[in-house]
Write a protein that binds this ligand. Structure first.
Ligand code: EPU
Length: 298
């Protein structure tokens, strides 16, 4: 456990004040120990994955930030469930702290299809499942078979995909108050044996598409959830807000749903820009936007 660790070093926005206490948990045992310690010390805690969908306040977090990171990548319990090897359905278990992009690459190497649409999405597997990350037509929940969770009281359970109640950028886990929220330890994903060349082709197309359409500067991905039938990026664009800045934070010129950090943005700058977008969209279109990103320490 470290003290006063700047969270800007652990968010893709590169923004955020210090966590009072900070720990990188690299295994199930370490996650369990960290939660136990937080409970014993009566400290509020926050689980951080890749830090790609979070805005941390400039004042930081006065509790215990636990970053789940599995640098020792492993696919566990790889098994063919049904079908002939050519079109087999394959279940594999992977740790919550694995980088989603490492997982995408490992699936390609193993000739497994199902994760192509996750190409380029930053963060960890646990975070992607928690927030049901995805693109326009695909979300992580589609390939989840079950998850292994740790309850704050120490109990470990395996829960089915149905229990997770996945919705657009939503899961059951998001609905628990932080102190009662179970933590994802690992997940069983359901993939399919695929044609490695076809998988690689889809991945290359997605990569090229993202490079062209999405900004390269530090950001937290899309700030707002899309509307039922409309892209918030397009809406912000149509209102002429792209390129607008508050301090070091600007609405991306490439995509209206991205706020980028020009290098010295504060969380306050970003928050002000978010409020400005919300106010303008409400005034001009009568629409209430809802954040996709999570706030910490506000
Ligand atoms: N568009 C504009 N101006 C803009 C942005 C978009 O005219 O500033 C137009 C595009 O040209 C396109 C349409 O709007 O015709 C849709 O844009 P895009 O394909 O970029 O999709 P999106 O609905 O804006 C969603 C996800 C993204 C994901 C993309 C691609 C949400 C909130 N956004 O964006 O997810 O990358 O599809 O799959 O669900 C994220 O959630 O963090 C995220 C980046």
């Amino acid at each position: 456990m470290k003290e006063n660790v700047p969270l800007k070093d652990f968010t893709t926005f590169h923004i955020g004040g210090p966590a009072r206490y900070f720990f990188i948990a690299e295994s199930e045992e370490e996650i369990s120990k960290a939660i136990k310690a937080a409970k014993n010390l009566n400290l509020p805690y926050f689980i951080l994955g890749g830090g790609s969908n979070v805005l941390v306040s400039d004042g930081g977090f006065s509790g215990f930030a636990i970053k789940i990171q599995d640098s020792r990548f492993k696919i566990q319990d790889f098994k063919i469930e049904a079908g002939s090897p050519a079109n087999a359905s394959v279940a594999l278990r992977a740790g919550a702290g694995i980088s989603l992009q490492v997982l995408v690459q490992e699936a390609v190497k193993a000739g497994l299809s199902g994760l192509e649409q996750a190409t380029g999405i930053p963060g960890t597997l646990g975070g992607a499942i928690y927030g049901n990350a995805g693109g326009r037509y695909w979300a992580m929940g589609e390939v989840v078979k079950s998850i292994r969770i740790l309850w704050p009281d120490g109990k470990i359970e395996e829960k089915s995909r149905d229990w997770m109640g996945f919705g657009y950028r939503e899961s059951k886990l998001k609905k628990f108050p932080m102190s009662e929220r179970p933590i994802i330890l690992s997940a069983v994903l359901k993939l399919k044996a695929g044609n490695p060349d076809e998988i690689k082709k889809i991945i290359a197309e997605k990569t090229a598409g993202r490079e062209q359409k999405l900004p390269k500067e530090p950001s937290a991905g899309c700030i707002f959830k899309n509307l039922e039938n409309a892209s918030v990026g397009q809406l912000v664009d149509s209102l002429g807000l792209k390129g607008k800045c508050v301090g070091g934070a600007c609405i991306s010129n490439l995509h209206g749903n991205f706020i980028i950090n020009k290098g010295n943005a504060t969380a306050k700058d970003v928050k002000e820009l978010i409020e400005l977008i919300k106010k303008t969209v409400k005034k001009e279109k009568g629409i209430e936007l809802e954040e996709e990103i999570q706030y910490l320490g506000f």
